[in-house]
Design a protein around this ligand. Structure first.
Ligand SMILES: Nc1ncnc2c1ncn2[C@@H]1O[C@H](COP(=O)(O)OP(=O)(O)OP(=O)(O)O)[C@@H](O)[C@H]1O
Ligand SMILES: [Mg+2]
Length: 501
């Protein structure tokens, strides 16, 4: 009697256990297995299976099976309309078969081929929002009796649980997919274009850096891609799933910048209506990118230094110490070392930020990147404007390859955009470009120098150009200039060439 009571409650208990799982479905296969195993036990079947509809081929395949021949049956595919399962999938109506051998809808091939004697069957559809996506079937009642309508009702409950689980997993997958697509799109938007040796050296350093938590300072003229590089470092780092928080230190006056960085408590100052989290907190476990760090007021510099040293800070108006795990990247278009020497930037903070320094060379020092950048931006704007046949004339390309690009890649991007919009829609001509080609200025081309002095100035500049081009590699630079490496070293000493930046 006691056992009977237990049995009667068992299905409900199992259902409850499974329902609590369904909404948090992470491992769908395991969950479906659990559902089908429970169904087999509850209706006391010899075997059970869950079949799903493959809409591309209109066939059912075995997703989950239980019973002695469970694995063998997985080889088969069933056409919609064929056999009991195919019939239920087609009509969306459940079927209770007392003796399969007597039912002409039954497909004996599978049973025969796996040598399984099918007697009775119960099969119910698996539906999401009214659409049949598969079936659940049980085969042969253990005690040789037949499945009842009560068994069917239980089976239908299990089937809706399975449908719920599949539905949740599919929406989860959809969200994941959308997320991935979005990231891919952003990744493409933030692609760093260019094949020059000096740019590649910077990219290699950035890759190495991305694996660590090291603080780094990115220097480069305006429009060279400092923010892009910071995004790359974050994207390639183990922190990529966490936020990259960008704060422009030049955009805000001192008190506002402080509360942006560290947050504030309610009532900390007039207008502080509620608690606000600062960028340091929102960047927890991610990356904080402090742009235009050279513009940061001295008062905040001291506070930032303290956070970097002690790893702890307080919200404005608060007294609870807050600890966060943040990787700090900063960028400036100033020469921060010089700012330190001039007393405009704290030396101790400079060393904290400048553990590793990345210098992005201006575009005029890597004019070989112009062509690929032009192609890249042209493709972007062609897509945006729908002018798919647009090309660029050789003369226009030539003009761009001889320009010195004071505004760097941003200027190049804008120039292409203007040419696409204002041009004839077919070929970009030199006159469509808002730039005046300027031949490079030669060092030493000044009145007042002797020929020797002028030559020396030119040689120094020429050596520097080649060293920059090879990322400081003397052997390569010597080879390009067709001189001995030892001779190059002597020239470097003679002309006192130290700083490649
Ligand atoms: N190598 C590159 N490949 C493709 N796009 C680039 C590259 N470098 C820069 N850009 C693009 O040029 C523009 C300027 O880049 P970014 O904002 O990163 O420069 P920045 O150095 O931060 O400039 P600023 O000092 O003015 O803030 C952006 O549109 C960026 O996508
Ligand atoms: Mg920037």
């Amino acid at each position: 009697m006691k056992t009977d009571t237990c049995d009667a409650n068992a299905p409900i208990d199992q259902l409850k256990a499974i329902s609590s799982w369904v909404s948090s479905v992470q491992d769908l296969d395991k969950l479906l297995q659990l559902i089908i195993e429970s169904a087999t036990g509850v209706v006391r079947a010899e075997a059970a299976s869950l079949l799903l509809l493959d809409p591309t081929t209109n066939t059912l395949y075995f997703k989950v099976t239980t019973g002695a021949k469970g694995d063998e049956v997985k080889e088969f595919r069933i056409k919609i309309g064929q056999g009991i399962a195919g019939h239920v999938a087609e009509t969306g109506q459940p079927l209770l078969i007392a003796d399969a051998q007597q039912d002409n809808r039954w497909m004996r091939e599978i049973s025969d081929s796996i040598e399984y004697a099918t007697r009775s069957m119960a099969c119910v559809p698996l539906k999401i929002n009214g659409t049949t996506i598969g079936v659940v079937q049980v085969i042969n009642k253990k005690d040789n009796t037949q499945f009842t309508h009560a068994d069917m009702a239980v089976l239908e409950e299990f089937s809706s649980l399975a449908a719920l689980a599949i539905g949740s997993a599919r929406s989860l997958e959809q969200v994941r997919q959308e997320n991935q697509d979005l990231k891919k799109e952003l990744g493409e938007k933030h692609q760093i274009i260019g094949k020059s040796v000096i740019l590649n050296k910077v990219l290699e350093d950035a890759q190495k850096l991305s694996r660590t938590k090291t603080t780094a300072l990115i220097q480069g003229e305006s429009g060279t891609g400092k923010e892009l590089l910071a995004r790359l470092i974050h994207r390639e780092s183990p922190r990529k799933e966490k936020p990259l928080v960008v704060l422009n230190c030049a955009a805000l006056p001192e008190p506002l910048l402080e509360s942006e960085l560290f947050g504030h408590e309610k009532g900390a100052f007039t207008g502080a209506a509620g608690r606000k989290l600062g960028k340091f907190e929102t960047a927890h476990e991610g990356t904080l990118f402090l742009d235009e760090i050279g513009e940061m007021a001295q008062g905040i510099q001291a506070k930032l230094l303290r956070v970097l040293q002690e790893g702890v800070f307080y919200r404005v108006g608060g007294n609870t110490p807050i600890t966060v795990d943040v990787r700090v990247l900063s960028a400036t278009n100033k020469n921060l070392k010089k700012e330190v020497e001039e007393g405009k930037f704290r030396e101790d903070l400079f060393y904290r930020l400048n553990v590793v320094q990345l210098n992005i060379p201006p575009l005029r020092e890597r004019l070989e990147d112009v062509a690929s950048l032009v192609d890249h931006f042209l493709a972007v704007f062609k897509k945006e404007t729908g002018l798919s046949g647009l090309t660029i004339s050789e003369a226009a390309m030539d003009k761009m390859s001889r320009y010195n690009w004071p505004g760097n890649i941003r200027e190049l991007r804008n120039a292409i955009e203007r040419a696409v919009v204002m041009g004839n829609g077919k070929t970009i001509m030199p006159e469509d470009l808002p730039i005046t080609a300027s031949l490079p200025k030669f060092a030493g081309l000044k009145v007042g120098l002797t020929l020797d002095e002028a030559l020396n100035e030119f040689k120094k500049e020429f050596i520097l150009l080649n060293l920059r081009h090879t990322g400081g590699n003397r052997s390569k630079a010597a080879k390009v200039m067709d001189i001995q490496r030892t001779y190059l070293s002597r020239l470097i000493t003679r002309y006192d060439i130290r700083d490649l930046a």
